[in-house]
Design a protein around this ligand. Structure first.
Ligand SMILES: [Zn+2]
Length: 399
């Protein structure tokens, strides 16, 4: 079914074993249980790894473990633009803004959804599901439609506003669940199992869509040394690290950000589980330690993932990486300044829909950096959402 010459996941410990579809979808070797790994081509110039006519996440075909899916390609590449305003306000050498809102549904979740739905299609899944605070469900739904896969979305009733005026589609049902956010994952998985759906997406697949942003940064601004982003569970930087690691192996003369980088990550002050743990030297947290406010400043950043991601962040982020908490009040106070910075960069974020981008940019404005620092800021909010083309208006199926 797939071209055997590229994009193969294989077990690093079982070289003779060809993983079955099931193992690839789990991203785990069925023999030894180890995570699979993408087999990379021999080192060569970066330019030879770029399929210039394709948009993300398809532009770097040998760096992702899925085949090209033309129907899932928006032919859009996130703009990477310098921010003279931030450079002068922070007193640093360079600041580059990476517009993470360029693809189908206008949020950072599109990168992940495109890859995950391509993998589902290519490995024989036709009925899948996902749970989310809203944006992920929208993004998965959008790419599922285009991939010809049925994807159910489960989200907290509190968050149904996020869906806007999307079109009804019986193949892509959405279920509002009455529960606290912390219970959503278990309830969604149970409902999905009862409906005969495979619940997405395993940890390593969630990282794949983000990994391509490493190549975008390397292509546009290979000299940066600090990656900045707002995080909830931290899948963003973990995914970027997958991409940077791959690049450092396949680019013939790795330099700049491939050799020397760190992360400056921000969280909203009311949901800053990872920041609290990071700053206190804590390596592992329990469900009971998650900071999940009932009325969060930014619902999209509600996450139970830190239980799984904190140990991964400890193991995977480069030395010198830091997390910081940003008070919601400060985000509101500095909103006019951030609006000016975004306007200069030509990035049109919808503050009402998602404040993520505002949180990292506010955090930056309150932070200090070495004057020689070169920053790449992955702007992960949402642009104003217009439902992708389709007839009718959306409805929620009951649960
Ligand atoms: Zn193995």
């Amino acid at each position: 079914m797939t071209d055997q010459s590229i994009n193969q996941l294989a077990c690093p410990s079982c070289p003779d074993r060809v993983p079955a579809d099931e193992e690839i979808l789990q991203y785990r070797c069925g023999g030894c249980g180890e995570a699979l790994r993408l087999q990379l081509p021999a080192p060569r110039p970066f330019v030879e790894l770029v399929a210039a006519e394709r948009g993300l996440p398809w532009r770097y075909p040998e760096l992702v473990p899925v085949q090209y899916e033309p129907e899932l390609d928006d032919h859009v590449l996130p703009r990477v633009v310098r921010s003279p305003q931030l450079e002068s306000r922070l007193g640093v050498a360079e600041v580059w803004l990476v517009d993470g809102t360029a693809l189908g549904t206008g949020t950072f979740k599109d990168f992940e959804a495109a890859i995950v739905l391509a993998a589902a299609k290519q490995h024989g899944l036709r009925r899948v599901s996902v749970h989310s605070t809203g944006n992920t469900a929208l993004a998965y739904r959008h790419y599922a439609q285009r991939a010809g896969v049925s994807c159910a979305g489960y989200l907290p009733r509190l968050n149904v506003d996020k869906l806007g005026d999307i079109t009804a589609d019986p193949e892509q049902p959405l279920y509002a669940i009455d529960c606290a956010y912390a219970e959503l994952s278990a309830k969604a998985k149970a409902a999905a199992a009862a409906d005969g759906r495979v619940h997405l997406a395993p940890f390593d697949w969630k990282l794949e869509g983000k990994s391509v942003l490493a190549s975008v940064i390397y292509e546009a601004a290979p000299q940066v040394d600090t990656i900045v982003q707002t995080v909830a569970g931290g899948y963003g930087p973990l995914g970027f690290e997958v991409g940077f690691e791959r690049l450092s192996q396949v680019v013939d003369t790795p330099a700049g950000v491939l050799c020397d980088r760190r992360y400056r990550l921000y969280q909203p002050g009311d949901a800053d589980t990872l920041t609290w743990a990071w700053q206190h030297g804590i390596d592992r947290i329990e469900d009971s330690e998650l900071r999940l406010p009932e009325d969060p400043f930014e619902p999209t950043l509600q996450s139970t993932n830190p239980v799984a991601t904190l140990p991964q962040l400890r193991a995977g982020l480069p030395v010198g990486s830091t997390l910081e908490s940003v008070p919601p009040k400060t985000v509101e106070d500095l909103r006019p300044v951030v609006d000016e910075i975004l306007a200069e960069a030509g990035i049109a974020l919808d503050y009402q829909r998602e404040k993520s981008g505002y949180i990292s940019l506010t955090g930056l404005l309150k932070s200090e950096f070495d004057p020689a620092a070169r920053l790449a800021v992955v702007v992960s909010g949402s642009r104003a959402f217009a439902a992708p083309a389709g007839p009718g208006s959306w409805h929620l199926a009951g649960n």
